[in-house]
Design a binder for this molecule. Structure first.
Ligand SMILES: Nc1ncnc2c1ncn2[C@@H]1O[C@H](COP(=O)(O)OP(=O)(O)O)[C@@H](O)[C@H]1O
Ligand SMILES: CC(=O)OP(=O)(O)O
Ligand SMILES: [Mg+2]
Length: 408
C-alpha cells in the first residue's frame, strides 16, 4: 500500500510517501520513498522547499510564498516529475492521510474524509486558525490536482479524548461542559508516537512507564502519559493554552483579555492575531519565532532575546512540574519537536530544575545530536530521552489500519 501523508504545522508543511507491504505493520517506522518539507517562516516572503528520496535524490528550492496552494501543487509535482519522481501517476497512491489539528467532540479517532468531515474541519477552524484551514487546503489540493482518492484525517485531539474530567474540564460555569468548552489537547499524534518509541528504547512495557512528553516545535505542548494514555496535557480548548511558543502566548491571565477588549481600539480579531502571531518568542524578543534566531541573538548579547528564553524556560519547567504531580512520579522525560530534538540548551535548562529529584543529564550525550537515545547519566533517577517524532509515520499507520479494517 502506497500512502501519501500531509502534515501541516504552523511553520511547516511536512509530507512523506511510505510503502507498506505485507499484512502486519512494521514495529519501526519505515524510511519514506519520498519526503518533502516546506518551511514557511524561515525567510520572509519565500517558502523553502526541500525534497529527498530514498534513492538519495535531493532538491532544494526557494519559491515565492504568495499562495500556499501553489506551493503545495509544486511540492506534489516533485512526486511525479523530475529527479525526485517516485510514482508515474497519482493513482499509484492508495490513500492520502492528513494531520488534522482540531477534531472537536465528534472525532475521537481517524476517519475516511467525507463532505461531513470536511465541513467539521472548516467549522472548527475558528478554534485552530493556524492549522485547520491549512489542513483543509491540503485535502482540497489533492481533490483538485489528483481527483477522487481515498483520504483519511488523523486528529491531533484524538489521543487526548479520554483525559480524566478533572484535567479536561475548565472551572468555569457548568454550562461550558455542555457546550463542549473543555481541554481537547493537541500534538496528539506526536504524544502517541513518542511513548511507544520510548518504551522500546527503555525496554519496558508501555503500560508500566510514566512519561512526560515535551513536544517543543513552533507550537509547544506537554503530555503526561500513564498506561500508554494521555492523562493531562498543557494545550486546551485551542492550541493557544499552556507553554510559551514560537509566536503564541500560551496561557495568560484571562483578565488581560477582558482588559484589552474593554479598550475600544481592540477588536476580537486583532486580539486573536496578537495572541497567535505576535506573542511568544517573537512577541517578547521582537526578532523571530524561530529558536535558532533567538539563540543567535542571545549570543550577540540581545537582552530581549535573553528575556524570551528565560520566560520560555521558566514556563517549561513549571508545566513539567505540573505534569509530574498529575502522574505522581516519573520514569522518563521525553523531548521531541523541532526545538526539543535540536536544542541541547533547552533540554539542559529544563532538566536542571529537577536535579533535586536525582535527574541528571549526561552533557556529552546531550550535546552530540542525540536521536532516539537516553541522554541521562547511568545513575539518574529519571531517564531523559530525545525522540525524533514520526507524526507522518503514525498517520500512515492510521491509514493502513483503517483501510485494512475496511477491506477485512
Ligand atoms: N537546529 C535547531 N536548533 C534549534 N531550534 C531548531 C532547530 N531546528 C529547528 N528548530 C526549531 O524548531 C521549530 C520548528 O519545529 P517543528 O516541530 O518542525 O514545527 P511545526 O510546529 O511547524 O511542526 C523552528 O521554529 C525552530 O525554532
Ligand atoms: C497544534 C500545533 O501547535 O501544531 P504545530 O506545532 O505543528 O504548529
Ligand atoms: Mg509540528
Amino acid at each position: 500500500m502506497k500512502i501519501l501523508v500531509l502534515n501541516a504545522g504552523s511553520s511547516s508543511q511536512k509530507s512523506c510517501v511510505y510503502e507498506i507491504t505485507g499484512n502486519t505493520l512494521p514495529e519501526e517506522p519505515l524510511k519514506p520513498l519520498w519526503e518533502a518539507k516546506v518551511d514557511w517562516t524561515h525567510q520572509q516572503g519565500f517558502a523553502e522547499l526541500e525534497v529527498k528520496t530514498a534513492k538519495g535524490e535531493q532538491l532544494q528550492e526557494k519559491i515565492p510564498a504568495d499562495s500556499r496552494t501553489q506551493v503545495m501543487a509544486h511540492m506534489l509535482d516533485t512526486l511525479c516529475k523530475g529527479s525526485t519522481q517516485v510514482i508515474s501517476q497519482p493513482s499509484e497512491i492508495d490513500v492520502v492521510g492528513h494531520r488534522v489539528v482540531h477534531g472537536g467532540q465528534d472525532y475521537r479517532e481517524s476517519v475516511v474524509i467525507t463532505e461531513d468531515v470536511k465541513q467539521a474541519i472548516a467549522r472548527l477552524a475558528e478554534l485552530a486558525p493556524d492549522h485547520n484551514p491549512a489542513n483543509l487546503e491540503g485535502i482540497e489540493a489533492i481533490e483538485q490536482h489528483w481527483g477522487t482518492l481515498t483520504q483519511v484525517a488523523a486528529f491531533d485531539t484524538a489521543f487526548h479524548s479520554h483525559l480524566p474530567d478533572a484535567a479536561a474540564i475548565y472551572p468555569g460555569p457548568y454550562e461550558w461542559v455542555e457546550q463542549g468548552i473543555r481541554r481537547y489537547g493537541f500534538h496528539g499524534i506526536s504524544h502517541e508516537y513518542c511513548p511507544k518509541r520510548a518504551s522500546r528504547i527503555l525496554g519496558r512495557d508501555l503500560a508500566s512507564v510514566r512519561l512526560i512528553t515535551c513536544h517543543l516545535g513552533n507550537g509547544c505542548s506537554l503530555a503526561a502519559i500513564k498506561n500508554g494514555r494521555s492523562i493531562d496535557t498543557t494545550m486546551g480548548f485551542t492550541p493557544l493554552d499552556g507553554l510559551m511558543m514560537g509566536s503564541r502566548s500560551g496561557a495568560v491571565d484571562p483578565g488581560i483579555l477582558i482588559h484589552l477588549l474593554r479598550q475600544s481600539d481592540n477588536s476580537v480579531d486583532e486580539l486573536a492575531k496578537v495572541l497567535n502571531k505576535a506573542s511568544g518568542l517573537r512577541g517578547i524578543s521582537g526578532i523571530s519565532n524561530d529558536m535558532r534566531e533567538i539563540r543567535e541573538a542571545i549570543s550577540q548579547g540581545n537582552s530581549r532575546a535573553q528575556l524570551a528564553w528565560d520566560i520560555y524556560v521558566h514556563r517549561l519547567r513549571s508545566y513539567i512540574g505540573g505534569m509530574l504531580a498529575s502522574l505522581g512520579g516519573l520514569d522518563a522525560l521525553v523531548f521531541t519537536g523541532g526545538v526539543g530534538e535540536n536544542n541541547p540548551e533547552i533540554r539542559a535548562a529544563a532538566c536542571e530544575a529537577f536535579a533535586f529529584l536525582g535527574l541528571k543529564v549526561d552533557h556529552e550525550k546531550n550535546a552530540h545530536k542525540p536521536v532516539d537515545i537516553d541522554i541521562a547519566t547511568s545513575d539518574s533517577s529519571v531517564r531523559v530521552l530525545v525522540i525524533h517524532t514520526e507524526e507522518d509515520w503514525e498517520i500512515a499507520c492510521e491509514c493502513w489500519l483503517l483501510l485494512e479494517k475496511k477491506s477485512a
